[in-house]
Design a protein around this ligand. Sequence first.
Ligand code: B12
Ligand code: SF4
Length: 661
Amino acid sequence: MTTKIYHPPFTEKLNKHISSRINNNNTRYIKFYAVNPPLVPEKPFDIEVAKKGGYYNFPPTGSMYLCASIDSLMIKNIKTEVIDLNNTVLKLANEADNFEYKMWQLPLNGLSKNNLQLVFLVGYMFGTTKECYVSTVKYIRKEYPNAVIITGGVQATFDKDEILDSHLVDILCLNEGELQLQYLAKVLNYLLNSPKGDSFFDPDNCSIPGGIYFRTNNNEIINSGETSQPLDFEWELSKYYDQIEIQNYYKYGGLGAFSKFVESYAGKVLPYGAVLTKRGCRAHCAFCTVRSFNGKGLRLRTVESVIKEIRYLYSKGIRHIDWLDDDLLFNESFNIELFEKIKKEFKDLVWTASNGLIGVAITPKLMQAMSDSGLVAFKIGVESGSSEVIRDIRKPTTLWKLLEKAKLIRNYPHIFFSANFIIGFPGETFSQMMDTFSFARKLQCDWASYYVCQPLKGTDLYSSFQHLMDPRTKDESYSKTINPGRSAARGEFAYSENQETAKELQAGWEIFELDSSRTFNANEHNEIWFTFNLVANFLDNPCYSSETKTRKLIHWLLAIHSGYPFDASMTSALAYAYSFIGDIDKAEKYKKKAEEIIRDSKYWQMRIRSFPQILKLAGFNNQDELIKYLGLKIPSKLVPDKYQNIFDKINARREAKLWKD
Ligand code: B12
Ligand code: SF4
């Protein structure tokens, strides 16, 4: 990471490039709008899910940092503002009469251009949101032809060529954007104001941060060299928390299931925030972009500045924090100090870590400090139960060590503990996937979060996917989400979307009998995902072993249910869990809901033919009308003996090798 010293051709060309936009504008003032596009495209967007708060509504932390970095220059002619279109569409879905999806555009309408040069900073974070990103940029260009549009973010960084080819934006900044934007703000200010009167910026003697790209009208691609990353990121965010009204985010969506879990757990809705204490990660997993995006190693804030940010959020009513860190547990002493200060100062604050922690980094001391400071739910990244795959993907973990850590974690039964698993690595065989399935059961976590591996640009695995000519490397789309349940409206992927897939590999118990050396395509991975998730989490969840654990599971099921209100297996699991703890009214309520979903949905009727155990889970018996209507019989067990034997055999084989195979 280097900073380039003044390089006249770059500056001259940049000035010329920007001047073509700003020449029409006779002003001295600049307004930067940092725009966070919506996260869900129009087609899969479901107003009912939005009304139940089932969509992600993270604060636009990246956009806030960008504004803070520009404002820290204290250039009097420059103002900044964050526009969060994701929060907008969710808010309007909840509150507007006659809601239409296109209302996401409203905050972009009628922005004052009088005596102002507009600059839009549009973030492009995920390939899954390409459609939303492109619509946002096109809309801005149509409404404000003379505005300068700058883009950046994780996906923008790895889609550099495509973005430059598209001519959709004026400038692209790679990696973290703060330093580049500070530089660009100075250049714009210099161009619009008298160069002589500006003591801030001497273009003839100024260092240029790397990672700035643009395509000239002559189709020449110009760049400022290797990316520079900010060494510290102690920018003050409170002003932007005010702008976005952070205290209201919880009303329109959530931090995934974790905020809903906290709501159910705490018995009341808690306004939430999301805080970043470190950038980067000590590891370099082959499926992850962190190393290529944030660079090697970690950069830490000071504990004091993190506490100051939390203090501000707390004063706004925030009582739940989710950490955005990729490697939260890095540096034990930093974390112990942080958690102790949180415990001391914010007694009723709870926190979660929805971005998976490195499980083997958990020590008894850390676990105690985490619990004391308000931890209620977290995930660890395991990814695979096959030691071979773990080695191949360079995951910093060992299965037998994780089993020890899980024992430690189980000493804190009030804390919800979930582990992330990925299936569908390039070339992964079914036997390796079954290793993952069996390790997840052995770990006895409260929830096994299975995901399907997706080819992400910027990762080492991307080229392996390309080598296999995987069609997902051809384009970015919303269906590339790692959770297939999110890829289609009402969560009805595969069967309802593509009947051919259903024939190809129909999810059912037979999946557990697939040829162990076989590999699969993306649609088939989705079906394996469905089966693993259904069996491990709904039909045979380890929490069903005790009332206390089942109560904890109910909080989680209620939390995820808001995102998947049409999922019959989830609804049936709620009926089962309530019946387990003796709450018959609620059990009946969810049984009824399950019946409504099944009657209304061809998709679920098909799923249930493969897994009639879902009906048993919901509490139906052979006399119920629905069962007669479907012409099915309720099975005697939730997991048929034949498959229980398969699971037991795999477990015994691996147990014999102490999970070191
Ligand atoms: C919170 C989060 C989410 C939230 C949404 C966040 C949001 N604000 O919208 C949720 C849970 C929805 C989410 C989902 C996904 N996520 Co996510 N997520 C994160 C996480 C943990 C934190 C993001 C954050 O706030 N970071 C802190 C801020 C400061 O950084 P930043 O947002 O990157 O912004 C900086 C730069 O990107 C850049 N920048 C950003 N915008 C702009 C704009 C301009 C003009 C410029 C110049 C620069 C710039 O400058 C900013 C300041 O430095 C990151 C990991 C991480 N620690 O960053 C992963 C991460 C961004 N997610 C990732 C992935 C893979 C996903 C999914 C695609 C997974 C999937 N396949 O389903 C989904 C996609 C969304 C979907 N399916 O709906 C990857 C990105 C991968 C990629 N694009 O290649 C990351 C990096 C995690 C990882 N380790 O791999 N995610
Ligand atoms: S440990 Fe997590 S954040 Fe770090 S490289 Fe691996 S997957 Fe990415």
